[in-house]
Design a protein around this ligand. Structure first.
Ligand code: TYM
Length: 331
C-alpha cells in the first residue's frame, strides 16, 4: 500500500479538509508508506501574491503537522521542491485527450463565466494532479468526495499511457473516500460544500478559530425546527441537519447511527452544545500546536526539504522510465 495525497496551500485549513482528508492521512500513516504534499504548483493556477504563497505553504505544513501528520512517519514536502511533478505532467499532457479535460466539473466551477480568461494551468490542473500520484506509484489516494472525478481521470490517464507504451509504467491509483465527512457542507447552506473560497467566514470552521468563534459559528449554523430522528432516513431532505450529524460523527469517530441513537427526539437546542463541546475538545489542542509551530520557519523549511529529498528519489524512478518509454534520450 502506497498512499499519496496533497492539499493546496491557499489560506487556512478548514474542517472539511480536516475531516474529509487529513484525518484519514493521519490514520493511514500508521499502516502504509505515505507521501503528503503541499500542492503549491496547483496554487499558481490562479493569481497569487508570491510572498503570501510562501507564507501559506509553510503555514499549511504547520497545520498538517499540528493535525497529526508526523514527518518522521510520512514524507511531507512541497511539490515545487520535487521537479519530477512538472516534468511528468508535461509528458502526460501530451497523451491526454482534450475531451477528457472538458468533462472536469471543477474547472467549470472555478472558471465560471470567464473560461477564456482562465489560465491553461487551471484547465490542465487535473493532469498535474494525475502526475502527483502516478509519480509515486500510489495505490491509495485519501481525498474528500470533491476529488473523485480527478482521481478517475488519473486512472484513465495511467491506463492510456500504459496501453500506448505497451508497458506497465504506472500503478492505477484508487481514491480512498471514507467516513461520514467525505463531503462536509457549508454551515450556512446545506447544498454548498464547505470551502475556503466561500465569502462568508460563518460558513466554515477554520483550524485557527478560537473556542468562542467555534461556538459562535455552530450556534449560528443553519438548522431546522424539527427534532433529530432515530434513523438516518429521517434526515432525508434535511441537508443542514444531516451535515451537523455527520460532522459530529466524524469528529467523535462514531457512526451516524450511534449519534442518532444518542440524540433521537432532541432538538438542536440540545444537540448544538454537545457538538460544540466535541469540536472544541478535538480542535483546540490542534490549534494550540498550530500556533506553536507556525512561526518556526526554519524548522518547517528543514522538514519540507528533508521530505522533498526522499520524494525526489522515489519520483525520479518513474520520471526516468516514462522518458525512456517515450524514446526521449537522457544521460
Ligand atoms: P484541496 O486543497 O481543495 O483540499 C484538500 C483535501 O480536502 C478535501 N476537502 C473536503 N473534504 C470534505 N468536505 C469538504 N468540504 C472538503 N473540502 C476539501 C479535498 O477533497 C482534498 O482531499 N486538487 C486538490 C489537491 C491535490 C491533490 C493532488 C489531492 C493536488 N494534487 C493529488 C490528491 C492527490 C485540492 O485542491 O484539494
Amino acid at each position: 500500500m502506497r498512499v499519496v495525497s496533497g492539499i493546496q496551500p491557499t489560506g487556512n485549513l478548514h474542517l472539511g479538509n480536516y475531516l474529509g482528508a487529513i484525518k484519514n492521512w493521519v490514520k493511514m500513516q500508521e499502516e502504509a508508506e505515505c507521501f503528503f504534499f503541499l500542492a503549491d504548483l496547483h496554487a499558481i493556477t490562479v493569481p497569487n501574491e508570491p510572498a503570501a504563497l510562501s507564507a501559506n505553504t509553510r503555514e499549511m505544513a504547520a497545520a498538517l503537522i499540528a493535525s497529526g501528520v508526523d514527518p518522521d512517519k510520512s514524507t511531507l514536502f512541497n511539490q515545487a521542491r520535487v521537479s519530477g511533478h512538472a516534468e511528468l505532467a508535461w509528458m502526460l499532457f501530451c497523451s491526454t485527450p482534450l475531451g477528457w479535460l472538458d468533462r472536469m466539473t471543477q474547472f467549470k466551477e472555478k472558471s465560471g463565466k470567464h473560461k477564456q480568461r482562465a489560465s491553461m494551468g487551471l484547465y490542465s490542473y487535473p493532469v498535474l494532479q494525475a502526475a502527483d500520484v502516478l509519480i509515486y506509484q500510489a495505490t491509495h489516494v485519501p481525498v474528500g468526495d470533491d476529488q473523485k472525478q480527478h482521481l478517475e481521470l488519473a486512472r484513465d490517464i495511467a491506463s492510456k499511457f500504459n496501453g500506448d507504451s505497451g508497458q506497465d509504467i504506472f500503478t492505477l491509483p484508487e481514491a480512498y473516500i471514507n467516513g461520514p465527512a467525505a463531503r462536509v457542507m457549508s454551515l450556512r447552506d446545506g447544498s454548498a460544500k464547505m470551502s475556503k473560497s466561500d465569502p462568508s467566514d460563518l460558513s466554515r470552521i477554520n483550524l485557527s478559530d478560537d473556542d468562542d468563534m467555534i461556538s459562535k459559528k455552530i450556534k449560528k449554523a443553519r438548522t431546522d425546527a424539527e427534532v433529530l430522528p432515530s434513523e438516518i432516513e429521517g434526515l432525508e431532505g434535511r441537508a443542514e441537519a444531516r451535515n451537523l450529524v455527520n460532522i459530529y460523527a466524524a469528529i467523535t469517530d462514531k457512526s451516524t447511527d450511534a449519534i442518532l441513537a444518542e440524540h433521537a427526539g432532541k432538538g438542536f437546542g440540545d444537540f448544538k452544545p454537545a457538538l460544540i463541546d466535541a469540536m472544541i475538545s478535538t480542535l483546540s489542542p490542534i490549534r494550540e500546536r498550530f500556533i506553536a509551530l507556525k512561526s518556526d520557519d526554519k524548522m518547517l523549511d528543514a522538514i519540507l526539504e528533508k521530505g522533498a529529498k526522499k520524494a525526489q528519489e522515489e519520483a525520479q524512478k518513474t520520471v526516468e522510465s516514462t522518458y525512456k518509454a517515450l524514446g526521449l534520450l537522457r544521460n
